[in-house]
Design a protein around this ligand. Sequence first.
Ligand code: SF4
Length: 335
Amino acid sequence: MAIDPKAADKLSKGWYKERLSAQDCKYLLEFADRSSEANLAVSLAGRLHHQACAGTGQISAEIETVTGPCPGNCGFCRHAECRTMESFTEIDDGALAKLAQGLGLFSDVRSIRLTSCAYADIDTVCRHVGIVKDNAKRGTRIYVNTGDLGSDDCRLLKASGAYGAIHAPRLGEGKDTEIPLEKRLETISNLVKSGLEVITGVEPIGPEHSTEDIVDNFFLTLNMGCASCEITPREPVPGTKFNQYGKLSQSRYNQIRAVLTLGSSWYNAPHRVPYAGMYVTGGNVVVPKCTVSNYKERIEAARRRLFNGGYDRILKVDDSTSELNMMYLRKTGSV
Ligand code: SF4
């Protein structure tokens, strides 16, 4: 079947890194997720990604440091205090140190993300950053994913050794969460001004979200000085009002990520680091959730995922790369 000519024009502009408007992205997302237009978008975005990261994948390990009933009360989150029965937990300092050391074994966990609930205080977050910095392989980039932060908090984070932060205005912010949208944007601005590299996002996307919801949310932060943007589907959580909608299909997710990749291909984000790929993060970054008991298997699976995804090099902590082949997988115990 012939490709819609208007869609072909817009996809071509995205491929050649010409500017696409929010309206252009909305137009492209109105096509069904398995249509010829969607398939072409996915193919073009995939090629742009592979070119931009030179076929190099990277692993970013995520560690939950502080969890428990969270006053953020986001309507889609299993930690919201209005519905969870879980207790407060904070990772043990010794366990965090051991985990950080273990992740450095083959120097191919390029970054570590420390995730904490909104109630975690800044001193605790900074202490965790310090522990990881002292124990991880030298050069490992440390990111934090926290609640909202003032400018002083951001400076403290930077001084403690954090390289960057993950922060996004979520879909339905202020309506499905108890956090005003302005507060989330203000935090991003504070993080950027303090010199931290910011990974923003469009999240958590469910099947019920309209193209307007998704594209408008993406364009909110596109010019805020963030280094990259991650597109994340919502995980169904029993007991939430969103559970009835289920999960976004993989094909719709691929289409959304591809269109936003093409829609921002013109954008030169600050803080771009070697082999980072496009502004919208693609399959080149794998983010395994790690604990002391599972991290070996999770990192091994992450290496295999990059290999299976066609990445033939892997980024190391010092920004060099290694060939990602069967020999590497065997050497690292990943097969
Ligand atoms: S702020 Fe984060 S941890 Fe807290 S309820 Fe919202 S999504 Fe969950």
